[in-house]
Ligand binder design. Structure first.
Ligand code: 8YV
Length: 304
């Protein structure tokens, strides 16, 4: 029987399968375990089930001499020092596929909401500012027939492209179209690449300057892909028409972060995979990864 530390209460039945086989401790919350508690908890752990808010770095790996398996609860794993895990022979797995459609749904919801001012319009109604029907009120952008640029045509990017086909959109993707050209031609730009040293601040001031002044940026990937200071400036200057972010850097933004005051911006609290089904399936995949690795088998969804 191995000892497994789970850094959050997670949804779904699958955790009971893990409990049947191993000794499982779950951080009770609220929020994530403080760093000191996490370092203490992994000291005698063989397996770790972590979410993106936990920094699994060389220090943590060193503090966990028995650790053999890390199951990340998510498809992105930029919170993990993969090289440090590899050097120690620790298996690392993620939860792809099961959250693809939920995340693509949210990307499209953000695109539509930003294009048609849904958030501001709803707030105006709630505040009693719906005077009368206005011919020139709340004018937004056409989504149907527009050009969508997808940065990162992986599983989620392709799922967004499938939705775009239903709206008769022209889809450009970084696989076939150079980024500069994609930014210049797109009415909507949606980010779906992982956060790596190469993609950090991929969307910086010069990238934003290439976008059409009528264009909208959607980010459901990782906050660090966008240079947020440059985005705030571009929004205030009207260099792009709007942005819709499910992810920020850091998460949440600190109180008083200029991002929160920027115009034509929607910010959501990282809910791309937040459907009951996706989250329960993520639990199942993370548990399968752990059980396999602790049993000496390859993880079904291994990244190391
Ligand atoms: C997860 C995500 O909810 O899968 C990812 O990479 O960003 C989200 O969908 C998150 O990672 C939970 O750890």
């Amino acid at each position: 029987m191995a000892r497994i530390y789970v850094t959050r209460e997670i949804v779904g039945e699958a955790l009971s399968c893990l409990r049947a086989l191993h000794e499982v401790e779950v951080w009770p919350g609220p929020g994530s375990p403080p760093r000191a508690a996490l370092l203490a908890a992994v000291a005698d752990a063989d397996g770790l089930l972590a979410v993106l808010t936990e920094r699994i770095d060389a220090e943590l790996i060193e503090a966990a001499p028995r650790l053999r398996a890390i199951a990340n609860y998510g498809v992105g794993y930029d919170n993990i020092d993969i090289e440090a895990a590899r050097a120690r022979g620790i298996a690392v797995g993620n939860t792809p596929d099961v959250l693809t459609e939920a995340t693509a749904d949210l990307a499209f919801a953000l695109l539509l909401a930003c294009a048609r001012h849904l958030v501001e319009a709803r707030a105006a109604v709630a505040a009693g500012h719906w005077g009368t029907w206005e011919p020139a009120g709340w004018l937004g952008l056409d989504v149907h027939g527009a050009t969508l640029g997808i940065v990162g045509l992986g599983r989620i990017g392709r799922a967004v492209a499938r939705r775009a086909a239903g709206f008769a959109m022209t889809v450009l993707a970084t696989r076939a179209t150079p980024l500069d050209e994609l930014l210049e031609r797109s009415d909507f730009v949606s980010l779906h690449c992982p956060l790596t040293p190469q993609t950090r601040h991929l969307i910086d001031a010069s990238a934003l300057a290439r976008m059409k002044p009528t264009a909208i940026l959607v980010n459901t990937a990782r906050g660090g892909i966008v240079d947020q200071a440059a985005l705030v400036e571009a929004l205030w200057a009207g260099r792009i028409a709007g942005a819709a972010l499910d992810v920020t850097d850091p998460e949440p933004p600190r109180p008083g972060d200029p991002l929160l005051a920027a115009p034509n911006l929607i910010v959501l609290p990282h809910i791309g995979s937040a459907t009951r089904t996706a989250r329960a399936e993520m639990t199942a995949v993370a548990v399968e990864n752990l059980i396999a690795a602790l049993d000496g088998r390859p993880m079904p969804h291994a990244v190391v």
